[in-house]
Design a protein around this ligand. Structure first.
Ligand code: SAH
Length: 230
């Protein structure tokens, strides 16, 4: 029913806003932008989860999408998106297309989105879903996202939605001066530090830890786990 869906969306937005407030001491951000909240309301998260999870689609939690992968928790998706500081002219690279939900959110806020997914079946399904939902400004490619998307570089923003052992150098190289990269980087003990990397206009690179998060791992193009980069 339309009215109950509306209520579910309102509840999710309230949850996301509450979590922004509760984590502000660590993230430095007390609330999501109005444009981001509008985009969260518009992207039909229920179209990005498997049918058997559809009833949980508007809850603030990660859900399985097959191939041992998950669609991330809406709060984390919102926080990472906010950190990118997108505008309608932005060109964005995403690594880890998964269901395509994050890509759709980016597509609502930016001009062009390029998204790379290492599992070919997920890449294909996400591309079809985004097409069906009318997102014409997203391109999806199957491959190892650690290499970025050199032909489309440089980007205003890069977002990695899988936990990396270290920051792939190609992703920093493909960032414009003044650009922003958001990536979960494995912490020493458990999970990852959500890390914001900014590339200064003088070419310097700044790195800041934002929040402790838990993501599925960023893997190699052969589907296996990667040896640590040194
Ligand atoms: N952003 C997704 C959720 C990401 S889950 C969404 O909105 O649904 C992480 C995804 O990263 C998984 O689909 C996984 O297959 C993918 N992934 C892992 N390693 C990768 C790599 N090296 N390159 C591209 N994608 C990768």
């Amino acid at each position: 029913m339309a009215s109950s869906r509306r209520q579910e969306i309102d509840t999710l937005v309230a949850e996301v806003e509450r979590e922004f407030r509760e984590t502000a001491g660590s993230t430095g951000i007390s609330a999501p932008d109005a444009r981001l909240v509008d985009a969260l309301r518009r992207v039909p998260r229920d179209a990005f989860v498997p049918d058997d999870s559809a009833r949980f689609a508007w809850e603030n939690r990660a859900l399985p999408i097959g191939h041992d992968q998950t669609i991330s928790q809406p709060f984390v998706v919102a926080l990472m998106t906010q950190l990118l500081e997108l505008n309608p002219q932005s060109r964005v690279l995403e690594i880890g297309t998964g269901s395509g939900y994050q890509a759709a959110l980016l597509a609502e806020l930016a001009q062009e989105v390029f998204s790379v997914e290492v599992v070919p079946e997920l890449a294909r399904a996400a591309a079809e879903r985004l097409q069906r939902l009318g997102y014409r400004n997203v391109r999806v490619r199957a491959g190892d996202g650690r290499r970025g998307w050199p032909e489309a570089a440089p980007f205003d923003a890069v977002i990695v939605t899988a936990g990396a052992e270290s920051i792939p150098p190609a992703l920093i190289e493909q960032l414009k001066e003044g650009g922003r990269l958001v990536i979960p980087v494995d912490s020493r003990w458990f999970g990852q530090d959500l890390t914001l990397v900014t590339r200064g206009t003088d070419g310097t690179v700044h790195r800041r830890s934002i929040l402790a998060v838990i993501f599925v791992p960023l893997v190699g193009g052969d589907g296996g786990a990667l040896a640590p980069e040194s």
